[in-house]
Design a protein around this ligand. Structure first.
Ligand SMILES: [Zn+2]
Length: 292
């Protein structure tokens, strides 16, 4: 049970903000004050509507003046029954099976406070669905084409995936090969000695959604451990040899989404690390001076 005693109007008990977040998640909006941690009329009205929906109160009852332990318990149960949709349950944990050969030798571990960014990559190959096939890949997470999320490294391990961005970032590989610029097949990286050139792959919705959910999960997990994720970068920004990494399709679907929805930053028009390249206009229309 989340509380032992009544919480009266005006309470700033730590449970209040939890109740508010649960009410919002359950669809009982708090449009004026949001989850502000103070038990006011708006929250009590939403709580009252919730009690009616659960048959715990009648629509003609006046607005409750407090949250009761029984009401809080049923709010908790309703929230627990929600489909949270995140990747938490879907992460395939391969950390114990992976050799961790890509861990930084100079600085193998970092505190949560030093984790500030996500870097997006394309594999430029097709590694596939079997977790064991990813054991040679130095990356925190891989997203397979059927939307599996496989975790290979701890978030607090520094892993050699993105050159000068390694120490601050968590890496995500999107499996598949993608054009540097959609609609321009010449910007697709081609392995040598192929008799027939590759055609760029599409990005299945299940894969894109799994990648977004993973970014969200990383943001939440870093926050839960006292840190704050602020940036998302394409690998291109930290290596001139990664011109098409992860490509415009992945960047626009996941990178721009993370900026617009989660408030992350790509560092801006001029941002690069080491010998990296800026984000080109073909990936982000804001950057009119940046060439591919
Ligand atoms: Zn890369």
């Amino acid at each position: 049970m989340p509380i032992q005693a009544l919480l009266k109007k005006g309470s700033e008990d730590p449970y209040v903000i939890i109740a508010q977040q649960q009410l919002i998640a359950l669809g009982y909006g708090l449009p004026r004050f949001g989850a502000d941690g103070v038990l006011g009329d708006e929250t009590l009205s939403a709580y009252g509507t919730f009690l009616v929906s659960q048959g715990l109160s009648s629509p003609t009852d006046e607005r409750p003046k407090s949250i009761t332990p029984a009401g809080a318990a049923s709010l908790d149960m309703a929230f627990a029954a929600l489909d949270h949709g995140g990747p938490t349950a879907n992460i395939i944990d391969e950390r114990a099976n992976h050799p961790h050969a890509g861990r930084s030798v100079d600085s193998p571990y970092r505190p949560w406070s030093k984790i500030t960014a996500v870097v997006l990559h394309q594999t430029a190959t097709n590694i596939g669905e079997k977790p064991a096939r990813w054991h040679s890949v130095p990356i925190h997470f891989c997203i397979t084409r059927t939307g599996k999320v496989i975790q290979l490294y701890d978030l607090t391990e520094v892993c050699n995936h993105a050159n000068g961005l390694n120490r601050r970032s968590v890496g995500i590989e999107i499996d598949g090969w993608y054009a540097g610029i959609e609609g321009q097949p010449k910007t697709l990286w081609q392995p040598k000695n192929l008799s027939t050139p590759r055609q760029p792959m599409d990005l299945p919705a299940v894969q894109a959604n799994a990648a977004k959910a993973t970014v969200q999960w990383i943001v939440d997990t870093v926050a839960a451990n006292g840190g704050m994720l602020t940036h998302i970068h394409p690998h291109r920004q930290s290596s001139k040899d990664r011109q098409s990494d992860p490509g415009s399709l992945i960047w626009q679907t996941i990178g721009l989404w993370a900026q617009n929805t989660l408030g992350l930053s790509d560092g801006g028009a001029e941002f690069t690390v080491g010998n990296g390249r800026t984000i080109p206009q073909a990936w982000d229309g804001r950057y009119t001076d940046n060439r591919y």
